[in-house]
Design a protein around this ligand. Sequence first.
Ligand code: GDG
Length: 734
Amino acid sequence: MQKRLIVVSNRLPLTVESSEQGYLTRPSSGGLVSAVNAYLNTGGHEVFTEKIWLGMPGCSTEIWDSLALDNKAEAYNYLPVFISEETYDLYYNGFSNSVLWPLFHYFPSFAVYNAEYFEAYINANVKFCKVLAANLQKGDVVWIHDYHLLPLAGMLRKQFPELTIGVFLHIPFPSFELFRVIPKKWQKEILQGMLGADLVGFHTAEYVLHFLRSCELSLGAERDGQTIIWNNRRIKADAFPISIEYGIFNEALNSPEVKSLKSKYLTIKNTKKLLFSVDRLDYTKGINNRLEAYEKFFSLYPEFIGKVVFILVVVPSRDTIPKYSEEKKYIDEYIGNFNSRLGDISWQPIIYQYGHLEFDELLALYTACDLALITPIRDGMNLVAKEFIASRSDLQGVLVLSEMAGAAAELQEALLINPNDLNEMAEAIKLGLEMNPEEQKSRLIKMRRRISRYDVKAWAVDYFKELDTTILKEASRKTQYMGAEGIQELVSKFKRAQKKLMLIDYDGTLVPIQKDPTLAIPTEHLLKTLTQLSLLENNEVYIISGRDGDTLHQWLGEVPIGLVAEHGAKIREYNRDWVSKVSIEPEGWKDSIYGIMDKYVSKCPNSFIEIKEYSIAWHYRKSDTFLSNAKAAELFEELLTYTLPLALDVIHGKKVIEVRNNGVNKGKAVERKLEANEYDFILCIGDDKTDEDMFTVLEPLPYAYTIKVGNQPSTAKHHVDNPFLVLALLEKFL
Ligand code: GDG
């Protein structure tokens, strides 16, 4: 089958420029383009039969059409999206770069919360969705990039439930304390949009945690490790540190063009030491601090005056946004003043270019400089740092790197600095310029080894491998809807069977979940149905619940069925006493757990503790969702730590956290039942995580029919939508 890869990003990877020969294109600069381009151009991933890049070309339809014939890239085809200039401005300069960019980079005071921006952001994403929808084919894999398109996966998912969608965020995902600053409605649309994907990728484990936490706290979504369960789907979040095409940079010094440009720069540098930096114009890149630190360096170590030169390249970017034009003005003025203050006719401390470098020039500067000074205030990853390291096949050169860049996690042998500490930066410049060649070499070797192993292709292959695994796992957990035909077949199997067993959960399965659990009383109709089921020939019926024995007895004691309480800790056959097969932990454990839970009752109004014979549970169904989700996550962690050395399990169910004796679960109870009897028909129905233990035990048995209530991923074979349909299903057996 055809398996096409459709890469989606805000802009196509080219810049259209007008020249005397008409309109021409050149590759764009920027991290996303560098990485994805490198991956696609190195042959990409063999599994894809065709590659397409969808995005805005940055010119009108007419200009695009005039270019298209002789400007096609080799490795992929372009699919352009055109958006009106007005919407584009509000979506790109507005929401993307005046809300998400500053906020996600921890500049909350730079964010402008304008409702028009958000509206345009959604409209632009709708436009992308339409173009995609019109071009999608069966088997396509859609890979959406970056913060401009966060709602897109959710929009696509609504129309294409089976489509494979990956999302990758190239910038940091901020801590929830920052994310929550965005108006709630926007938060939800952003997160729900991202959760339309099968796999959401970030640069670092820290960003993954921030994202998972925001899903829990903002959406109240359920989390299972690195997976979020949302809209009956499981979405994995993971870290894939983006990288570079190592070979190109490593080979830089073998290119005659690069060599010749390098000698040009060496002539400029002469006997002086050369510092180099290159960034897009952006306040997050820490250019201001860098300049101030450079000045500080000369004031602390005046002996370097006249002996160092700094080539500082700033690539134009977003300069129609006020914060960017202000940044440009600041840099221009600072450098002007600085050069005139410190420099003279024979020496300028800074050589400044505001403009794009040709790729060979970039390589020449990476290889000619003595020290690369990379000082972002925040940066998702920062590829420049990795490119510099990969270019230094001569094993000479020093990297001074901000610890606020994602890249710092992998480049620990760099001189790591805090970009807000001018003294530390000035010291690092001195240390770097005086570092002996042996130490430079030893640091570079370690960093180069790491980057060469995890290059851009390894990054993408790693991502797609995880995407495949996620989808396979999801498919294996999918349940089939139990419709009329299925029910008919089930009933006829029941009729033919000789020894039958029905295991049915109570809350959420036979009765809807109530905010106040004491209100989940069985109706007369339910009691009658259960009685009739139990009277069917050769049929045993058990209600198997997490509730305490007294409540079950009070509500269902008169019905001629078996009762299993506290997730299997106690069992009561009809008209007999309760018996337990559980060995109990020394008395007293419930008191200490109570003490821990009680703190959370005070912190979380309307939550309460239920003490059962073999377990103790903290319920937060009636509490404020936002607060209680946060507190539940905290309590869960605290209980896990506390119970680690004890024979106790901590279970996080639907709006309840329960601590109970180790090994007590519904699955074990079912196992005991199966050991004692031989059945040829088993029906098992449940809605909660705790029912999964029963489904798992029954999974290998061909005569067991497992039904999940609700369409969450489950080990059950089938699902029905709600307790009313469970009752209707049970009636069919009568
Ligand atoms: C975003 C995230 C993340 C720059 N100037 C020129 C030029 N470049 C190339 C560099 C490098 C890329 O652009 C810049 O990448 P960065 O990673 O440093 O930064 P952003 O553009 O902000 O990228 C960032 C990245 O996405 C990837 O996920 O690392 O954190 O902010 O490849 O070489 N290339 C040429 N001339 C230039 O003047 N030829």
